[in-house]
Write a protein that binds this ligand. Sequence first.
Ligand SMILES: Cc1cc2nc3c(=O)[nH]c(=O)nc-3n(C[C@H](O)[C@H](O)[C@H](O)COP(=O)(O)OP(=O)(O)OC[C@H]3O[C@@H](n4cnc5c(N)ncnc54)[C@H](O)[C@@H]3O)c2cc1C
Length: 389
Amino acid sequence: MITPNDFQRRYDAVIIGARAAGASTALLLARQGLRVLTVDRGRYGTDTLSTHALMRGGVLQLARWGVLPRVRDAGTPPVRRATFIYGDESISVPVKPKDGVDALYAPRRTVLDRLIVDAAVEAGADVAYGTRLVELQQDADGRVCGVTLAGDDGRPRRVATDTVIGADGLRSAVARLVNAEITHTGRWAAANVFGYWSGLPVDGYRWYYEPGMSVGTIPTNDGLTCVFASVPASRFAELFREDIHSGYDMVLRATGHDLVSGMAEAALIGSLHGFPGQIGFVRRSAGPGWALVGDAAYFKDPITAHGITDALIDAEGLANAVAAGTAQALTEYEERRNERALALFEITDRIASFEWTLDDARALHKQLAEEMAREVKTLNRMALEETTV
Ligand SMILES: Cc1cc2nc3c(=O)[nH]c(=O)nc-3n(C[C@H](O)[C@H](O)[C@H](O)COP(=O)(O)OP(=O)(O)OC[C@H]3O[C@@H](n4cnc5c(N)ncnc54)[C@H](O)[C@@H]3O)c2cc1C
């Protein structure tokens, strides 16, 4: 970890944002020998507004990068089963150990983001917290060629670079400053309220669906279970604004079935967290001297719990493109991302609509599972190419 006083004058890449997307991109670029600086206005090891269920593609990336053993060592419990509960019907799917993935995991962001940052620093990346992007520099042709950053002392510091990467989340400043066009927009958004419970052991991920509502359980670090309640964003104010606890309780009782009896004996640790919802979007993700990754590039509703997995997958596509060093490679990064992600984006949007019957929900989850299987196939192909180069 460094401070702004230690910045070099020039880096091959400067990344704004040091969480799932930014830290992973830094790790992969540094391992390819590039000089990379990653800054975040937040602090090392802090939490963010997000539940954290990883899908197989995300776990596979962590395994390929050697980070998964550290996730396990941090006491993250394995998830060996995903159960989908549609009204009275329950469908249980075991997580088969394969492709180097023994189970799924849902590390807290205080754990996951920190471990990826640690690996990036070990690989040689410079990482600075408490440092924000102030502005971008452009050369006479309009190509982005540097950044102005400010640390805690507020003093602006200029750093030159070949590529500025916006991994700065949903409300990306990089995307705004380069005017990154939105190429796809969703139609729906779901609100989400979640909290952490102790004394609530659950068997893996459990996803409950009732018309207009959904609830889920995510076992995580420190023996806690994250329990979320989700409804259409249009109902957020009515259900949660006055009294977040009673709204949360109501959704759990109406949807959580077997879960609520166990919750009577369990304790809520800390406060409930509310996310009012955000319609999904896909942005143009590369241009002269800049690129976007993670939520900055492509945000989909959290209802399919796939944002971190996407960030980990796209970080690799982007790192390879930046290392290749051509505009063509960056264009292909965006094209391949779209090829992989757009179907999942559409399915997520439909699930987030809550405009479905339980039969529709089942069918949408089947499509989602097919897309995720396709995603894992692509990652396995990439891993194979790596070992045969
Ligand atoms: C309620 C909710 C539940 C979710 N649940 C899941 C789930 O279960 N599973 C899943 O896979 N995904 C989930 N997601 C999605 C997931 O949180 C995101 O996809 C993921 O955080 C994207 O990572 P990121 O690195 O792109 O961005 P972020 O995690 O948003 O990180 C961006 C970083 O950029 C920094 N930054 C921003 N602006 C600046 C600036 N100007 N200068 C310096 N630094 C800056 C911020 O401080 C931040 O640390 C959920 C999201 C929400 C809202």
